[in-house]
Design a protein around this ligand. Sequence first.
Ligand code: FAD
Length: 437
Amino acid sequence: MNVSVVLFTSDLRLHDHPPLTAALAGAREVVPLFVRDPRCTAPARLAFLADCLRDLDAGLRERGGRLVVRSGDPVEEVARIVAETGAGAVHMAADVSGFAQRREERLRQALGARLHVHDAVNAAVAPGAVLPAGSDHFAVFTPYYRHWSRTPLRHPLAAPRTVRVPEGVASEPLPAGEGTGGETAGRARLAAWLRTGVNAYEERHDDLAGDATSKLSAHLHFGTLSPVELVHLVRTVPGPGAEAFRRQVAWRDFHRQVLAARPDAAHADYRTKHDRWRTGADARDDIEAWRAGRTGYPVVDAAMRQLLHEGWMHNRGRLLAASFLTKTLYIDWRVGAAHFMSLLVDADVANNQLNWQWTAGTGTDSRPNRVLNPVTQAKRYDPEGVYVRRWVPELAGVEGPLVHEPWRLRGAVADYPGPIVDLADGLARFRRARGLD
Ligand code: FAD
């Protein structure tokens, strides 16, 4: 074959890239294509994406090629490139969201047998590769994890030595980047994490102030790191830290296989509790306070402000902020998920929507009615109040764990709001709504 196309989507790397390897094996020349879809333009992620594209282009140029960037509908752009170059094959990675599944279906209609979709590019274990008897996905994590751990992974592929791109294929200029995204940065972060971070992961991953997690989530979302290669590497590290980290990475595959089988779980309850979430003016005020980090519960506010400032939030913070919105305030999980989606650099339909559903008790949690108490949790995971003081400057002068309960201080703290809800009232409302009392 003379020419093949590789459509890059959430797999912006050269190492361990099955579609690229297959395209190079089957054709003399390859068009590495990325289509900017104007529907996917959350500002929080544009800078990171720009870095990824620039780094991918630089890596291709070192190998004699280059990246072709076009804007528009991915199916139309792929068809255009196929017509321009006479390409005989198009290779791409399988993906799980409804959007990705529809895109694949439309590409199949347009290209027929010329489309080659590769599994285990964006997941270590592809959706459907392990299944429980009689179902199309695992609905419970623990048995999934047992199967996942035993599943042999394919061997990671080397980055190609040379890439020849046909002459004359036009590309738009690359967007300007800032330097934190991209495969080079992702691989450096992973190497440093495996050298110095992962061993302490089991003890420290819940320490809100500790910055002791990998911060690899955006790299995994954009595919600048291969999950297959990552799991292979982590398996070479002995000890409970690496084991706990691997388990967390398996959660990512778990949510992907749920969404692949139930793409509507991005917006509909996975297991409905027939909630009649609060709406109206009071609810709107509460939502505003939650978004702004002004609920009067310091640990929730710290987490929400970390999101606003960094485009990232600690996992324990995400759990607390989500539990507070859905259970203590009894607001629809979709409201919170949309807010996270608009601000997280690692925002990911599978991980975000299904973690929100898990926390709201409409998802896969086997204890759907548990409510996290933000004060108890804060004292456990931020015992000295370091995290709160870092993100809530109004409370910077309050020493020790008392910072988690500013209402117990004599005299109000200037500019910091009182609690917008009484925790006992919130709990009672939730239990009533779910028919638990
Ligand atoms: P680490 O603790 O170092 O974990 C390593 C990797 O494992 C992560 O990068 C991630 O890919 C995966 N992982 C870890 N925890 C989870 C989990 N609970 N579910 C699925 N995968 C996990 N993660 C996202 O990648 N994108 C999201 O949009 C997202 N939204 C979330 C929303 C809520 C309400 C909650 C509770 C969690 C959400 N998570 C999301 C999961 C988790 O919080 C982040 O993956 C993690 O905080 C990212 O930081 P890290 O890379 O340092 O994680």
